[in-house]
Design a protein around this ligand. Structure first.
Ligand code: A3P
Length: 350
């Protein structure tokens, strides 16, 4: 393969089933959600993803790039901040003043905001004050424009966030750059995604948790099937440029994870640096840290009042949401998907 040869995106795109479409219409208040299935595993992707899928697949990767990848709500932001501070010699001044989504372009975020942007632009004159308008335009610039061109122009080292499965990323990614993937018990992910889908007006989920769980476990929610996503990364975990983490490990022993990340990035951490970093990353501090809590979305009316991006931060919080039948179904589903693999979620109950 020549160095500059452009690859075609290797996966077909199919329509979701009509029943799925009507269920999505029923459960999500935002009317413009339009989902497709991509590739042999049938990953559920919003239609605008397709427009840039090949550009993302052909992104030119640099050896100094650091990717933080995950299924959504696995503790990505937490991991991103940890990684960024270790890699950037604990530059708290920048970390506390530059929002995390400006430090980490989010590869496929445009796919969720494309339609919303069009709506906002139609209504902007009647709705917003001058200051709000500026904030809105900035937010739309970060969230609704494809980042591939922006990334070309970015100085190294680049820090990049993605929730795409590994197979949608450039095929040589781990041979060239570093990837840190974080996984989490899918039951806690489902609960967290449910709240997140209620938080974001671009989704505006109006069903009960039970409805959401059905979508999730039947591989009908965005970026599912969950286990395929995780297994793609898990199967690459022995590659020297891949570090595979679990949310549950960060919760249980944050210093141990910091040491693993530092080792992976070739960095040293003194006991004093460790203490400050763990304090900075604590749930309480994170929740009030404006650089990571995405509360700025509230100022541009992109989120609903009763939900927050940094929410509970608990392992096994799913127990408050699952009835007996759902818990049994989840247990069987997890067992079925883990059978024949050595993937296990640490420190979880049930
Ligand atoms: P919950 O909704 O279960 O609370 P992501 O960044 O991938 O979207 O993940 C969000 C999840 O990580 C949320 O889970 C959020 O509360 C949790 N989280 C974020 N920062 C955390 C921290 N410092 N400690 C523990 N959990 C954190």
């Amino acid at each position: 393969m020549g160095e500059n040869k452009r690859l075609s995106f290797p996966f077909d795109v199919e329509e979701t089933e009509p029943e799925e479409k009507s269920e999505i219409k029923r459960l999500f208040n935002y009317p413009k959600i339009d989902l497709t299935r991509v590739g042999p595993k049938g990953y559920v992707m919003p239609r605008p993803y397709i427009e840039q899928a090949e550009n993302i697949y052909n992104l030119s990767i640099r050896p100094s790039d650091v990717f933080v990848a995950s299924f959504q709500r696995a503790g990505t932001t937490w991991t991103q901040e940890l990684v960024w501070l270790v890699a950037n010699d604990f530059d708290y001044e920048t970390a506390l003043s530059v929002p995390i989504n400006h430090r980490y372009p989010f590869l496929e975020i445009y796919m969720l905001f494309t339609e919303w942007r069009n709506d906002c632009l139609k209504n902007v004159d009647i709705m917003k004050s001058k200051e709000q308008k500026e904030k809105l335009f900035k937010m739309l610039e970060v969230n609704s424009q494809p980042v591939t061109e922006k990334l070309e122009a970015m100085p190294s080292p680049r820090f990049i966030k993605t929730h795409l499965p590994m197979s949608f990323l450039p095929p040589t990614i781990v041979d060239t750059a570093k990837v840190i993937y974080v996984a989490r018990d899918p039951r806690d992910i489902a609960v967290s995604c449910y709240h997140h889908a209620r938080l974001l007006k671009i989704l505006d989920f109006v069903g009960e948790f039970k409805d959401f769980w059905k979508l999730f476990v039947n591989d009908c929610f965005i970026r599912t099937p969950y286990f395929e996503h995780v297994k793609e990364a898990w199967n690459m975990r022995h590659h020297p440029n891949m570090l595979f983490l679990f949310y549950e490990e960060l919760t249980k022993d944050l210093p141990a994870v910091v040491r693993r990340v530092a080792n992976f990035l070739g960095k040293e951490v003194t006991p004093k640096q460790m203490a400050r970093l763990c304090d900075h990353l604590s749930f309480e501090n994170f929740k009030k840290n404006k650089s990571v809590n995405y509360e700025d979305l509230r100022e541009v009316d992109a989120v609903t009042p009763n939900e927050t991006f940094i929410r509970k931060g608990k392992v096994n919080g799913w127990r408050d949401y699952f009835d007996k039948d759902m818990a049994q179904q989840a247990k069987r589903w997890i067992e079925d998907n883990l059978r024949g693999t050595d993937l296990r979620f640490p420190h979880v109950i049930g």
